[in-house]
Design a protein. Sequence first.
Length: 532
Amino acid sequence: MRALGKLLSHLLGLAWFAFVVGLPLLGVWLASSLVALAGGPRWLALLGGVLLFPVLPVWWEARAGAARKKQLERSKRLTPARPPRLSWLDRVVLRTLSLNLLFLAALLFTFPKVAFTALATRGDWFLGEADTPAARDTRQVLATVASGLEWLHEWANPNPYKTAADAPIADAVTPTSTEAPTGDAWQRWRSPQDEARGWPDAGAGSEPAPPDAGTEEDFVFIVHPDERKPPPPPDRQPEESTWQVGATTWPQPEDVHPAVTGMTAADERSIEAVARYLRSHTGDAFDRVKALHDWVVTRLTYDQASLTGARKPQDAETVFQTRTGVCEGYARLLVELGRFTGDRIVFVTGEVREQDGRPAPIGHAWNAVQLQGAWYLLDATWDDPLVNGKSDTYRSDYLFIPPKLAALDHFPDDERFQLLERPLSRVDFLRQPPGRPGLAREGLALLEPQAGVVDVRDLLAVTLENPRQVNVMLTLSPDGGGVETQCGVSAEPKVRLECPLAAPGRYAARLYTNKERYGTYGSVASFQVVAR
């Protein structure tokens, strides 16, 4: 028993020591990560850490000691009546813990929505771009510790589209087999972070508006000096990069299904009428779901008014009648259409990352569909880009999208709907490199940078694997708006583009592609740059 008592005493002592040391470190880590996330000076957070220990606790104890001494002098005693129960070191330790507990509580209360995001995405700021085994191990430890605050993230960021009426799927949701095209960069490329992201080697405020393909940020036009297009580079590989996703392919054809274009007003008098018409005018289940997707994308207009004002009802019938909705309305209408066509389409909620890799300020909703026993993903909202408030541009990036591509910017509340053999944690989701489906459609793989926020000194370097030799352009502009600078264009099999940074601050870096050297370039990825 005596030995057991000693063991427990030692364990309690170690736990107390870990608490005393770990609490101030946690405070400094959280503060510095928040500063790094905001692009502020790191010395400010480090200075705060030095103040919390040892400056303020020692100053506090010195002040208390001076007050005790004055009290003794007033009572004309040379020594206190009773010796203090705590030593000087004990009192400094307790004062340190008190200050750091107050500091942490203040940080978490002030920044509850971004505290977890800061630790997950910028908690490794002091490692820089180091990619040694020790740095990777350290990042993994930091990610594990950051996961301990995931409850705070979920509490502070409730998804307004997730309701008690949406019953969880009771039966099995199995991962979807996925295969990148032969020779595609995604087929060969494996980054050091793949294991953490859970990617297998083969196979498997207000709501953010969907990506807007009509803004200046999405397209750049380059004119040849003599207005003549040069010939394409020799030995270019096939232009299409087609993935095998279960029993279908991605990307789907970039044109609206003919059954949808041929419909009349009489065919669209009710949800049931639309569903029955499309069922009778389509072929197999995949063809039918594409038609359902295309009808929602082309008939609905994203409800911009609900972004700034009160959100209107998003039930399927209201959305159908008004032909407007937010992501919840798009997804619920697809569920109802599938009910009448006999296709199992389910409502999925979760969070998404913005185009530049930052987490969206509020949750999102999309769909999964079960066809021939396998599950597939689709997001009609993000396939409905907005141009001047009207939906007039069609695309199918998120129709039957490969799960490993969907995981770049969609994180479902039910991890089963990642449809991956090894689902990502929320930390891994937020820390992964930025990317959009356009990268994979062009057969590109981003090798550098490996994070959504990049710290640089005076030069930004971006490296991509480009086996299809498409033209890749890098631009840089001050974060929040400003003149966009073109940093270069390359169609090499391994692209390396560099951008000098003239002054410290935050910047937005964007990657554009085009199969021809001159003409309109479309945006495929963006990320944040912090110049020190």
